[in-house]
Write a protein that binds this ligand. Sequence first.
Ligand code: PMP
Length: 391
Amino acid sequence: MQFADRLQNVETSAIRELFKLLGKPGIISFAGGFPDPSLFDVEGIREATAAVLRDTPGPVLQYGATEGYGPAREQLARFMAGKGVQVAPEGLIVTTGSQQALDLIGKTMISPGDKVIVEAPTFLATIQCFRLYGAHVIGAPIDADGVLVEPLERLIAEHRPKLVYLIPNFGNPHGAMLSLERRRRILEIAARTGTLVVEDDPYGELYFDQPAPPSLLALSAQVPGSREWLAHCGSMSKILSPGLRVGWLIAQPALLANATMCKQFSDAHTSNLTQATAAHYLTLNRLEGALDQVRKVYAERARVMAARLRAELGDAITFDAPKGGMFFWARLTGGRDASAFAQRAIEKLVAFVPGAPFFAHDPDLSTLRLSFATADVAKIEEGIARLGQAL
Ligand code: PMP
């Protein structure tokens, strides 16, 4: 069968191949990117689902508007207001996870051969999604404070990219938090050069000790001319439940209109039932309590993981402990290859993801990603001890 040419731009992710090995009995996995299901606020979601089915069965079970279910757009606009973003309900569209928002941005903005800049490393699905639309994806270097501004500015000047994609808060896989000063400078560059910056923020609420700085979108109010160059992707996945598939996109009206048109041909609209459930949930005043619990649990797991990595792997590994999110991004020293290490780790019944696939090009083969979200403290201790043995 002759498939579309665009499929030649992508391959199945190396990570999926690795996941096939995770079924081994007794394996401790730091490989996944899932939140811990035991932290889902099942009771709250049950209450919200029951309420919307009781009070508004017709609309929530019916076809709906592509832009999103009215009460969901209202509640999400309020949620963003709580994070310092002034947006009208009509200023956002609800998407089927933020993954769909990224796809809609790709569909709306990228023509074959266009250049886009991403962090090196970045979210693998974004690289793949943008490549499917024919993008030439260019990586910009990062450190623990996020993307480095001067190299980014040089890459923008050199390549005139269609867009720059950033995960400013505790990104997947890098765990870095973009500093406030860098956020401001990036907004100035976006406004000055007329470059679309896509801010993907599924992890911002998962901070440990103190909240992340305001989002690029929130800060854009202070940088004249920057807001029209921002697209912001939000998600309920890491703060409420990924199975609901509720995300959102905030962007300037023309981009939003085109994204809505593309969505119409894709899934018509996001499930009204899950949108309504998420919206009702937000009125229950449970989210902060639930999030506090998630933050506490993840912070403890991250603390234990950092301590055990230092104790068990010592000089063989370097990392900056994350200030939030779900991931450690680490580097093996002494020229060690993370893929070979991953194979040996699997033999010792512990799994993680080698970092190479997260680079658009020139992968750093010594890097790896460890998730601390789903393993409890005892498993983290045992798993990192096994990593020590594998080394
Ligand atoms: N962006 C990033 C950085 C992610 O890590 C993920 C999911 N792991 C997504 C977007 C997509 O999330 P969702 O579609 O569930 O909102």
